[in-house]
Design a protein around this ligand. Structure first.
Ligand code: NAD
Length: 287
């Protein structure tokens, strides 16, 4: 069997088109474009690429993007003071601080300093809580992007066995919770899981978020399964590769996301969607 390659770039482009339409509508209502403030601390090259991508997407969607690039040695107090200023600024709808942060700064404190209604990354404990209970908060962009991809592709989730490999706060855990919300039967595997191969082999839908190149091999996958590969790994020859052995897996599964061009573009698209939604909700709340 040859798998359907899920085109994340194309799906992300449609989500951004919709976000642009919504942004224009919100702008007409509030008299200015929705606005996203992005803070980056230090010189991590991957973070720089992500922040540039976010800026470009904002421009394409009609969202004002403010960037604050702070030096590596910025103190936690200085960073928190900036976040507080942006958080109080009425002309700013979404605030995010690019992770990871330098070791001397507490990510937890920074995340908690952003009001839940401006937390477009969906990392604040209030938004995490709402994700768990099903309330209306902001969902984290990468896991929300996974669900969006499944919906666009018309892939049934209800009653399906889903195995998530990875339990990080930004991908694995929220992906599992969102799949549960979509009525899948969910198992989460991690670095201490025994019998990983047998568990993954039972899955109708596999979400791989490990951060190890070609960790998931074709023999671990049930024929006909759907595979969403979140991993972004840089190989010694500088090319990018996912957590799944894409070439071999695509011979046996029914649908699979490539790396690059799969899950990656969805994250920024969902951020645009969240930012426009933040502007809309804030406008509604001020009426
Ligand atoms: P992480 O390092 O925080 O978590 C990795 C997880 O993998 C851990 O929960 C760990 O338990 C699990 N793991 C490690 N070794 C394992 C093993 N042998 N067996 C089973 N599980 C094992 O990473 P993360 O932040 O969740 O990111 C995972 C990957 O996704 C990375 O490659 C990252 O670059 C990528 N990522 C992509 C996007 C995107 O596409 N937009 C966003 C975030 C992360």
């Amino acid at each position: 069997m040859s798998a359907k390659i899920i085109d994340g770039k194309a799906i992300a482009a449609r989500i951004k088109e919709n976000a642009a339409k919504d942004a224009a509508e919100v702008a007409r209502a509030i008299g200015r474009k929705p606005c996203l403030a992005v803070v980056i601390v230090g010189e991590d090259p991957a973070s720089r690429v992500y922040v540039n991508n976010k800026k470009k997407a904002c421009e394409a969607c009609g969202i004002t993007s403010l960037e604050y690039a702070l030096p590596e040695q910025t103190s936690q107090e200085e960073l928190l003071a900036l976040i507080d200023r942006l958080d109080r600024d009425d002309a700013v709808d979404g605030v995010l601080c690019q992770l990871p942060l330098p070791a001397h700064i507490s990510e937890e404190k920074v995340i908690e300093a952003i009001s839940p209604d401006k937390d477009v990354d969906g990392f604040h404990p209030v938004n995490v809580g709402k994700m768990v209970t099903g309330g209306e908060g902001f969902l984290p962009c990468t896991p929300a992007g996974l669900i969006e991809m499944l919906k666009y592709e018309g892939i049934e989730t209800a009653g399906k066995r889903c195995v998530v490999i990875g339990r990080s706060n930004i991908v694995g855990k929220p992906a599992a919770l969102l799949m549960l919300r979509e009525n899948a039967t969910v198992t989460v595997c991690h670095s201490r899981t025994n019998g990983l191969k047998e568990i993954v082999r039972e899955a109708d839908i596999v979400i791989a978020a490990v951060g190890r190149p070609k960790f998931v091999t074709a023999d671990m996958l049930k024929p006909g399964a759907v595979v969403l590969d979140v991993g972004i790994n840089r190989l010694p020859d500088r090319t990018l590769c996912g957590d799944v052995d894409f070439a071999a897996a695509s011979e046996t599964v029914s649908a699979i996301t490539p790396v690059p061009g799969g899950v990656g573009p969805m994250t920024v698209a969902m951020l645009m969607k969240n930012t426009v939604e933040a502007a809309r909700r804030r406008a509604r709340a001020s009426l």
